[in-house]
Design a protein around this ligand. Structure first.
Ligand SMILES: O=C(O)CCC(=O)C(=O)O
Ligand SMILES: [Fe+2]
Length: 310
């Protein structure tokens, strides 16, 4: 049973008291691995434009969308093509998505982005590029506070190379309303934790997102994450969990079908692929040794993606 009183902490990115904000982030990441982020610099009006353009794309005929089929993690992913919970035997998750990677044209990866033709959706690319850049800025500001929350220098993530050509992967998602197949095991997004550092999620006010704070507890307790207008829902990913030796939780979450169509936009703020992620000194000791060996960020994320696609 979902607990109606469940409420995630709220973090104000614009607060001038950085030390106390960092403290609140630390507590939120230890207890929940999830929090709301407000006053983050991305206007609500831009959220709305992103969802408007996203809706136009997903409503295009199937053949048109398939012309932009995902290549090298950029472009369109059709219904049931991804399964986030790799232990499920059912077909894939009931969602369509569209991935946009780094924008800089100096990076070879940037060149792989696909865009709907301007004649078809004239405002699409500029809207998504604008959003991408702004979320990247919010994510960088947030990461400096996360560093403070871990008693590190604010520019720690820059110094370890995580933000060299930062690897933001932006995914527009459309969950269909009616499934019409009565299959109990079909989720919009099946249970998973995110792969990277932090995720900044924007969603329309349609329920469905749930978190499970104690993944090993049985039966699992799933709690509904409510919508707060204009706020990002931020969560810690697995690479951050590895960095912090599980001090910060990469919490399991999912999207359950509610019969209502749902649009969301998830921005996975991941380290540069060459960044080595290894247990922070402040998060291990003789009695609490590192639980994971160091790993190259790109290798870790690549492998997780490989397992996700059917
Ligand atoms: O759409 C949502 O609310 C969550 C999406 C999600 O968890 C993901 O894509 O990793
Ligand atoms: Fe997720």
């Amino acid at each position: 049973m979902a607990n109606p009183a469940f409420q995630l902490p709220i973090i104000d990115l614009s607060s001038s008291d950085r030390i106390s904000t960092a403290q609140s982030i630390r507590q939120a990441c230890i207890e929940y691995g999830f929090f709301y982020l407000i006053n983050h610099g991305v206007e609500e009006e831009l959220f709305q434009r992103v969802f408007e353009e996203s809706r136009k794309f997903f409503r295009l005929p199937y053949e048109e969308k398939m012309k932009m089929i995902r290549k090298n993690y950029r472009g369109y992913t059709p219904l049931y093509a991804e399964k986030l919970d790799t232990s499920l035997s059912s077909k894939g998750d009931s969602k369509e998505s569209f991935y946009i990677g780094p924008l800089e044209d100096i990076a070879t990866v940037g060149k792989l982005n696909q865009w709907p033709p301007a004649e078809q959706l004239p405002l699409w690319r500029s809207t998504m590029e604008d959003y991408y850049q702004r979320v990247l800025n919010a994510g960088k500001a947030l990461l400096s506070l996360v560093a403070l929350a871990l008693n590190l220098d604010e520019d720690f993530f820059e110094k370890v190379g995580a933000l060299d050509k930062p690897n933001g992967l932006f995914r527009l998602i459309c969950y269909p309303g009616e499934l019409g197949n009565g299959d109990q095991q079909i989720y919009g997004a099946s249970a998973h934790s995110d792969y990277g550092t932090i995720t900044l999620l924007a969603a329309e006010d349609v329920s469905g997102l749930q978190v499970c704070r104690e993944k090993s507890e049985q039966p699992q307790v799933w709690e509904d994450v409510h919508h707060i207008r204009g706020a990002f829902i931020v969560n810690i990913g697995d690479l951050m969990e590895r960095w912090t030796n599980c001090l910060f939780r990469s919490t399991m979450h999912r999207v359950v079908p509610t019969g209502q169509e749902r649009y969301s936009a998830a921005f996975f703020f991941d380290p540069n692929p060459d960044c080595m992620v290894e247990c922070l000194k402040s998060c291990c000791s003789e009695s609490c040794p590192p639980r994971y060996p160091p790993i190259r960020s790109g290798d870790y994320i690549e492998e997780r993606f490989r397992l996700t696609y059917i």
